[in-house]
Design a protein around this ligand. Structure first.
Ligand SMILES: [Zn+2]
Length: 412
């Protein structure tokens, strides 16, 4: 986003594109023949933009109306030196929008010139063009069309909430899914982010199939880009481990039979499809969670504090608590519900304490703490996988090398 603090700053940023990804003047005497866009070239337009090889001639007032960036850019009077330098007066001297795609710019034009009937079609899940709305969010976010960005995000959020299982397919490609997920996070659209996280985890839980593995790979690509996705990042690995039936006491489940000698010398290579870093996280997480499960096999220590127990805590509460925990553990294991998955075991404890309240003088405090166990487990999940806490901009390009580890398949 350009700095909006002053007109001078905006123009400075335009003259010196941020990472070559902003508006800049290309100057006269273009060598390449550019083509007028079929739809968004109005002969009575007042400003000409060049996006890739397409010329867009549009009405400056429309662009300036809802974007402070374009307002500052286009409000300079004709004859002003800076205005002349920026260009945009003719096909030979367009304003170059570097970093934008033709489709993104067309989507922006569509939004700015849309008829009410066009807008209404986007409210209906059967007629909405989700890829177009994603492009509108992206380019509106870049050029400070806040109202259009918020509108498109709102429509996408409503559709995702109403149709969570098919929303990803509506996005068209994994690239679009990743783009809108990142943008929703950057724009603090927490409800949309959470809906998409749940959808992604559901798809990852099907990681025994190639589609699920692909979903897992793209989710990791996104999760690795920002510390704000750290908890989601941990949940992804945890969900993946659950799909591998490694958390399972019924060992024969999910295991293919091989010959006697082949079985004895079998070396598992199922993680070879992952990058070294991701393999390391999977192994670390499995080890750490297995150790946690072992730890849960013993009743946690029952403290007598905050507020102090009104009964005879040591004589009555502690042994009852230990017996309750052991019974709960035996029940969960006996029914095969939690296997050796610490998260499921904690969930089983929560369920049991609600169904059968503890008969202790300090029962309410203990129940409250059991209720918070799952929350604490979720909060620390990423730690098991040794996912570092990092700033969002400390992400290195080296990580992107792992992106090629999984197949790239379009959703449609
Ligand atoms: Zn007590």
């Amino acid at each position: 986003m350009a700095d909006k603090s002053s007109q001078v700053d905006i123009l400075t940023s335009i003259d010196t594109p941020l990472g070559g990804d902003d508006i800049r003047k290309v100057g006269a005497g273009l060598d390449v023949k550019h083509i007028r866009d079929d739809v968004w070239y109005f002969t009575d337009g007042t400003v000409v933009f060049l996006v890739e090889d397409k010329l867009f001639r549009v009405h400056g007032a429309i662009f300036a109306r809802d974007s402070e960036l374009f307002q500052a850019l286009l409000s300079l009077p004709q004859g002003d030196a800076q205005r002349d330098e920026i260009g945009g007066h003719s096909d030979d001297n367009p304003i170059v929008c570097a970093g934008d795609s033709i489709e993104e710019f067309r989507a922006l034009c569509w939004a700015l010139y849309a008829r009410p009937s066009d807008i209404l079609l986007q409210q209906d899940y059967n007629t909405v063009d989700v890829p177009k709305l994603i492009k509108i969010v992206a380019i509106s976010h870049k050029y400070d069309f806040a109202a259009y960005q918020d509108w498109a995000l709102g429509v996408l959020g409503a559709h995702c909430s109403a149709y969570p299982t098919s929303f990803f397919a509506k996005c068209g490609t994994w690239s679009n899914v990743c783009t809108i997920f990142r943008l929703a996070s950057q724009c603090n659209q927490n409800a949309l982010v959470q809906e998409m996280e749940q959808s992604w985890l559901r798809r990852t839980s099907n990681a025994s199939k190639s589609e699920g593995l692909t979903a897992f790979g793209y989710a990791l690509d996104v999760a690795e880009t920002s510390d704000s996705f750290r908890q989601f990042h941990g949940k992804l690995y945890y969900t993946y481990l659950q799909t591998t039936v490694m958390f399972c006491v019924r060992f024969q489940e999910g295991v293919e039979s091989t010959g006697i000698l082949d079985t004895a010398s079998h070396i598992d290579t199922s993680l070879s499809k992952f990058s070294e870093e991701r393999r390391y996280r999977i192994l670390s997480g499995f080890w750490s969670l297995s150790r946690l499960w072992r730890k849960l096999s013993q009743p946690p220590k029952l403290e007598n504090s905050h507020p102090p127990c009104t009964g005879n805590h040591t004589r009555d509460c502690v042994p009852k608590w230990q017996a309750w925990w052991k019974d709960a553990l035996d029940e969960a294991m006996g029914q095969g519900r939690c296997e050796n998955d610490p998260g499921k075991l904690i969930q089983a404890m929560q369920t049991r304490v609600r169904a059968e309240p503890l008969q202790l003088a300090c029962a309410s405090l203990v129940e409250k703490q059991i209720g918070l166990m799952k929350e604490r487990f979720d909060d620390t999940l990423a730690d098991h996988f040794l996912i570092p806490k990092q700033s969002s901009d400390s992400k290195t390009t080296a990580d992107s090398s792992s992106n090629s580890e999984l197949p790239r398949l379009s959703l449609i």
